[in-house]
Design a protein around this ligand. Structure first.
Ligand SMILES: NC(=O)c1ccc[n+]([C@@H]2O[C@H](COP(=O)([O-])OP(=O)(O)OC[C@H]3O[C@@H](n4cnc5c(N)ncnc54)[C@H](OP(=O)(O)O)[C@@H]3O)[C@@H](O)[C@H]2O)c1
Length: 244
């Protein structure tokens, strides 16, 4: 049985990935902030076909809690085939006036959590890669097109997402010889709660559907261990291709 830990699993892209991996028969650990969301999610994933679901509530801004999430995965499954980093916070506003507490939260939730989780999960990912030489193991992080092409009003969000791309590149450089590959998926607007604030100017049906991001994850998890794909940029049709 392959296993995956998914952050941001309660909603949006993370939820779509969790449902797909449940359908594929992965053993799952799912996390977001609220126990009640995760209890309902665990029932949904079990009904969909997951052979096991470990729900663990944690705030991505709390390093100690994140270590406990990975420890619960280790206790249940011993190894980890996929670490899916989808949890994140959207932060907009002109750089000049962005309050320090929002800067700190954005970096903590979107970036520091990813660094900490990769560091802690590496032994489990290496062990899974050693046990499944065909597929190896994968870290997949939800970055953003704003981490590739800067966008007004998204300075700190974009910076956190650019750093995630660099982090995935470095994981590949350091770990792919051990069978642990990493990918940053960098989409333009995806139709979820996070982008709901802008649907009056960018209708939801012109955004990237969650299912198309899920399709990228499915492809990555089908790849063999000799293939790395460091960055996947998804643009919205009808745009320059360089904008969220
Ligand atoms: N939607 C887009 O347009 C878009 C485009 C490019 C990239 N992305 C990136 O894709 C990822 C997923 O976005 P989405 O659209 O699926 O967002 P979403 O629908 O708003 O869901 C966000 C998820 O992250 C979790 N989360 C947020 N803050 C958290 C915290 N402090 N601690 C723990 N969990 C937290 C939420 O859990 P709770 O239930 O606890 O809130 C939820 O599960 C994010 O990293 C986002 O930056 C999104």
């Amino acid at each position: 049985m392959r296993t995956a830990l998914i952050t941001g699993a309660s909603r949006g892209i993370g939820h779509g990935i969790a449902v797909e991996l449940a359908r594929q028969g992965f053993g799952l650990t799912v996390t977001s902030r609220r126990d009640e969301d995760l209890t309902a999610l665990a029932a949904e994933l079990t009904d969909t076909g997951a052979p096991g679901v470990v729900p663990v509530a944690a705030d991505l801004g709390d390093r100690t809690a994140l270590a406990a999430v990975i420890d619960r995965h280790r206790q249940t499954y011993a190894t980890m085939d996929a670490l899916i980093l989808s949890g994140g916070v959207g932060t907009g506003g002109a750089l000049e006036t962005l309050p320090a507490h929002r800067v700190d939260k954005t970096i903590a939730v979107n970036l520091t959590s990813a660094i900490a989780m990769v560091q802690t999960a590496l032994p489990l990912l290496r062990a899974a890669a050693a046990a499944d030489r065909e597929h190896g193991a994968r870290v997949i992080a939800l970055s953003s097109i704003t981490g590739v092409h800067a966008e007004r009003g998204l300075a700190v969000y974009g910076a956190s997402k650019a750093a995630l791309i660099s982090l995935m590149e470095t994981v590949n450089a350091e770990e792919s010889a051990n069978g642990v590959m990493a990918t940053a998926i960098a989409p333009a607007y995806v139709a979820t709660d996070m982008s709901a604030w802008t649907t009056d100017t960018i209708p939801a049906d012109t955004m990237i559907p969650v299912d198309d991001v899920v399709a990228v994850v499915r492809m990555l998890l089908e790849f063999g261990a000799t293939t790395s794909l460091t960055k996947v940029v998804l643009s919205r049709s009808g745009t320059s291709g360089f904008t969220a």
